[in-house]
Structures are given as structure tokens and as C-alpha cells.
Design a protein around this ligand. Structure first.
Ligand code: BGC
Length: 326
């Protein structure tokens, strides 16, 4: 991403966790394009972190890679110490690192539960605590930014949408909602802003199976009124804006960035499965003339997912009891 003329984050140091792939990499690119020096946190695949650093550097930005498993207190503290030693302070934390370990609820192991909660929720607590400590220690720098510090938590549409087959993940995101809100309430007097981004389906490795084939993507699109699966850059743009002074009066809220996934898309067709816009118009047109139109629509109701390894494959049953892929 080439440098942006406004350079809204010039002179600011940002740590982005899990920035060696997916949404984290998209956020790192966007912050760097807006002038921030970005620490690319990684826990596995250091070569992928090197590649993001190189990409940013070649585009005229500044970035370094930094190791830490965000679920380990000592490693998080060391990461902050390293970055503060190198650059003097930190202004922006993007709490992005997150994983999915999916299983049907009755089969979910304690290990799968703990792993997801430790990385997604405890990891955000540990990093945010170090960031807030540093913001308060350093104090305001009004020439650099109106807020003393900014913490951006990567949540998900699943902080509000329940997700069968992914209860560990949905619980971690529900937890992030109140972690973020409570931190925002407590830290506002220090002029620290805390916000979340709630991405919907974004094309990243975490949900690769949900969009990798045209068929899978078509099914996924039935959940996205705006009609396209998101890209990491969509989230990057929002993160850069939330880190900038342009959003200085925003704290304690989640910005859903989801093409309308949280708008209960099923209600757009009153519970009827939409086959396509053309057919919908046809259906609406017919309805004026035919009190009982049945053409190309089936009433569907959700049932339990059978394949919990894929990150997005709901199954449905028709009113006649036949199984349908939604
Ligand atoms: C999950 C993705 C999923 C999306 C929408 C995200 O938080 O990580 O796997 O596609 O939510 O359900």
C-alpha cells in the first residue's frame, strides 16, 4: 500500500499483534501507509513477518518484526520492552491476534476451549494492559495525537451473532466486547481511547474454506447483504481511521465492518431463501397476482452444522424436513 498524502499517524509507534498474515497484515500495511512505524508481531512463521516488513519498507513505510505469544505474560512484557527501548514509546495497539479451533459443542476439548480463550481474550487483556501502562507512564503528546493512546481490539460479528460449532471462538469475542467497553470506561479519564472492529467474513487463511471455491463463496454471500466478501484492506482502512485524530471522539464502541452481516439478512426475505435477485423480483411481482406463490423459494430453518471443521458451513432443513445446504 503506497504512502498516503495525509500521513495521519506520522510520528506514532504501533504494535499490531498477529500481523504476519490476514487482517493483521492488512492493518499493518494501512497504519504504515498513514505514517506509523509498525511493529509486526508474530508467533509462528517469522518469514511471513519478514515479508510484511519488506512489503511495507518497499512501499516507503517503516516496520520491524517482533516475536511474542500474546497468551504469555512474560513474552508480551518483553515485546513491549523491546519496542519501547527501540522507539521510545507506543501510541497505538491493535489487538488483532486470534485463532479458531472449531468443534461441535459436545466434542469440544478443554484444550480447544483454553487455547482459543487464551489467545483471543487473555492475549488482548495482556497486550492492552501493557499498552495502557505505557500510555499512562508517557502521558499526553498533543503534537503527535489528541489521545494519549489508542487500543483497537479485533472483535468479530460473533461478539453478537451466536455461532454453533464455534462456542469457544464466539465466547472469546463476546468477552472482548465487555473487555473493550470496560477498559474504555476506566481509561477514558487518561484520554486513552479503546474501540473494537467487528469484521464479518474477510478473505484470510482463518476462513479459507468458506470462500476458496465459487460454490462456497456463493453460499457465504447469502449472509452478506452488500454482496462481496471483505478484504484485509477493508479492515486496515477502518483501523487507520480509528487510530487517527479524525475519530478522536469515539471510544467504547464496536465498528462492525461486515457488509451488513449483522443486519439479520434472513429477514430481508422474511425467512424465505433467496435464489437470486431476478427470482426475488419475479416472486414479488407474482405475489401481487397470486396469493400463494411457491416458485423457487423454500422456507428454511437452521439445524446443527455437521462439519464443524470448516469455519462457515451452516446447514438447513427445509420445511418438508429435507436437508439443504444454505
Ligand atoms: C471468523 C470467520 C468468519 C466470520 C464470519 C470471523 O470472526 O473468524 O471465520 O467467516 O467471522 O462468520
Amino acid at each position: 500500500m503506497p504512502a498516503k498524502p495525509a500521513q495521519r499517524l506520522k510520528g506514532q509507534i504501533a504494535i499490531v499483534t498477529g500481523a504476519n498474515s490476514g487482517i493483521g497484515a492488512g492493518v499493518a500495511r494501512a497504519l504504515a501507509a498513514d505514517g506509523a512505524i509498525v511493529a509486526i508481531n508474530y508467533v509462528t512463521h517469522p518469514e511471513a513477518a519478514d515479508a510484511v516488513v519488506q512489503e511495507i519498507t518497499e512501499a516507503g513505510g517503516q516496520a520491524v518484526k517482533v516475536y511474542a505469544d500474546v497468551s504469555k505474560e512474560d513474552e508480551v512484557q518483553k515485546m513491549f520492552q523491546d519496542i519501547i527501548q527501540q522507539f521510545g514509546t507506543v501510541h497505538i495497539l491493535v489487538n488483532n491476534a486470534g485463532i479458531q479451533k472449531d468443534a461441535a459443542f459436545v466434542d469440544m476439548t478443554l484444550e480447544q476451549w483454553n487455547w482459543v480463550i487464551n489467545v483471543n481474550l487473555t492475549g488482548q487483556f495482556l497486550c492492552a494492559r501493557e499498552a495502557a501502562r505505557e500510555f499512562i507512564r508517557r502521558g499526553p503528546q498533543p503534537d503527535i495525537s489528541k489521545a494519549t493512546g489508542k487500543i483497537i481490539c479485533m472483535s468479530s460479528v460473533h461478539e453478537v451473532i451466536p455461532w454453533a460449532g464455534h462456542v469457544n471462538y464466539a465466547s472469546s469475542k463476546g468477552g472482548i466486547k465487555l473487555l473493550m467497553e470496560s477498559m474504555a470506561q476506566e481509561l477514558a479519564p487518561h484520554k486513552i481511547r479503546v474501540v473494537s472492529i467487528g469484521p464479518g467474513a474477510i478473505k484470510t487463511p482463518i476462513n479459507h474454506e468458506a470462500w476458496a471455491t465459487p460454490d462456497a463463496e456463493q453460499k457465504l454471500l447469502t449472509l452478506i447483504p452488500y454482496g462481496r466478501v471483505g478484504e484485509p484492506a477493508d479492515i486496515g482502512e477502518v483501523a487507520a481511521w480509528l487510530a487517527s485524530d479524525e475519530s478522536d471522539y469515539i471510544t467504547g464502541t464496536t465498528i462492525f465492518t461486515d457488509g451488513g452481516m449483522t443486519l439479520y439478512p434472513g429477514f430481508a426475505t422474511a425467512g424465505l431463501r433467496r435464489v437470486g435477485l431476478h427470482h426475488r423480483h419475479h416472486h414479488l411481482h407474482r405475489r401481487r397476482h397470486d396469493p400463494l406463490p411457491r416458485l423457487r423459494h423454500e422456507r428454511v430453518k437452521p439445524c446443527w452444522p455437521t462439519d464443524t471443521k470448516t469455519s462457515f458451513r451452516p446447514c438447513c432443513a427445509s420445511s418438508k424436513g429435507r436437508n439443504l445446504a444454505c
